[in-house]
Design a protein around this ligand. Structure first.
Ligand SMILES: [Zn+2]
Length: 388
């Protein structure tokens, strides 16, 4: 540990009350994707207070933040990321309040000694992770250009660094048939709901033959109006996920074939569309991840990887494919609790949750210091990234 590492750790300790207050404030005022007005304003204010040059409302997103520390030198650029959107109904059941305050704490801690350090320090506030793809839009707007290391953490039921995330695409299929009296003149109708059901059956038949770890899951979003009317319109939505971007695309084509087959069989007309978000698979940078883990363990949180390998999807996947990045998981509760659940929301406002957030803030700050100051480290990070 360098002196600077010690100093950023102490800086996080000094701002403990402030960070807890930010995390609790965001927890108690949950805002869903792209409506994080209060949270983004609070983060922007805290960054400004400590001298960061803050732009709120970047990449065409009202609640996205780019904050740069004014002390700029030659050397690498580190971006510390914060998410702050909540889920509908169940609030901060993904713990993004802890991500926001932990990332803020790390950025302020490194900022407190930045005048002594080379390189550049950024805090990027990335809204709309839950289905909005805020980071994808921020990448497209060029906000990650020049970044050598993008660092965040995510609260979880385990502590691990290498876990990936699945590539995901959201699909909407719609069938247009023909209404008629379901009993009086069924032969005159074309049943759009049957086409949806055939699509589900086709997909279910395909399941045996898809790679482990891939996921296709859907709902019927419109299934008709009344049993005595042959449904003239029906629709379904699916998420298609896989460990590799290419395989996700392959599954998407297979799903399209299932829907086309159903259209052919029923006579309904198919409209097939990609909607919402499409995220890339995660490419966690090991050099960065191992450094983070070392510092996390030194701050009292042991490595505790999950037994199973199931994964979700996140727009950090896209960041990790654009620049070297990490999205390590830090345990805030026991692993019989599910993410996106009410008990996980409780954990995101618990003593254990806040303690994990503070340890993660220190580990991120120390990792950032290493990237900025340690000779050869940024080269190794890029070497691994470029190797694939
Ligand atoms: Zn999340």
């Amino acid at each position: 540990m360098s002196d600077w590492n010690v100093q950023v750790g102490e800086a996080v300790d000094r701002m403990e009350e402030r960070l807890r207050d930010v995390a609790k404030d965001i927890f108690e005022h949950p805002e869903v994707k792209f409506e994080e007005v209060r949270a983004s304003k609070r983060l922007a204010e805290e960054l400004e207070k400590d001298g960061f040059e803050v732009e709120l409302g970047v990449a065409g997103l009202e609640t996205a933040i780019r904050a740069a520390h004014p002390a700029v030198g030659d050397g690498p650029t580190v971006a510390i990321l914060g998410e702050y959107d909540a889920l509908p109904e169940i609030g901060h059941a993904c713990g993004h309040n802890l991500i926001a305050a932990g990332g803020l704490g790390a950025a302020l801690a490194v900022g407190s000694i930045k005048s002594e350090l080379p390189g550049r320090l950024l805090f990027l506030g990335t809204p709309g992770e839950e289905g909005g793809g805020g980071k994808v839009l921020m990448i497209e707007a060029g906000l990650f250009e020049g970044v050598d290391a993008a660092i965040m953490f995510h609260p979880s039921t385990n502590t691990t660094i290498g876990r990936g995330s699945l590539a995901i695409t959201e699909v909407k299929i719609e069938f247009h048939g023909k209404s008629s009296h379901a009993s009086g003149s069924p032969e005159k109708g074309i049943n759009a709901l049957d086409a949806v059901i055939q699509t589900f059956n086709g997909i279910n038949a395909m399941r045996q033959h898809i790679k482990d770890g891939a996921r296709i899951h859907g709902i019927i979003s419109d299934g008709g109006v009344k049993p005595n009317i042959v449904p003239e319109y029906a629709s379904a939505e699916f998420y298609v996920r896989a460990q590799e971007n290419d395989y996700r695309d392959e599954l998407l084509e297979k799903l399209r074939k299932c829907a086309e087959g159903a259209a052919l069989a029923t006579g309904a007309r198919l409209e097939f569309g990609l909607v919402g978000h499409s995220y890339k698979a995660m490419k966690p940078n090991k050099v960065l991840g191992e450094r983070f883990l070392k510092h996390l363990e030194a701050n009292g949180i042991p490595y505790n990887p999950p037994k199973d390998k199931s994964m979700g999807s996140t727009d950090m996947g896209d960041v990790s494919q654009a620049v070297p990045g990490i999205h390590p998981y830090v345990q805030i509760c026991e692993d019989d609790i599910a993410g996106h659940s009410r008990p996980f929301a409780e954990a995101s406002d618990s003593e254990r949750g806040y303690a994990a957030m503070l340890a993660a803030a220190k580990a991120i700050a120390m990792t950032a210091v290493d990237v900025l100051t340690e000779a050869g480290l940024v080269e190794r990070i890029w070497e691994e990234f470029n190797a694939g």
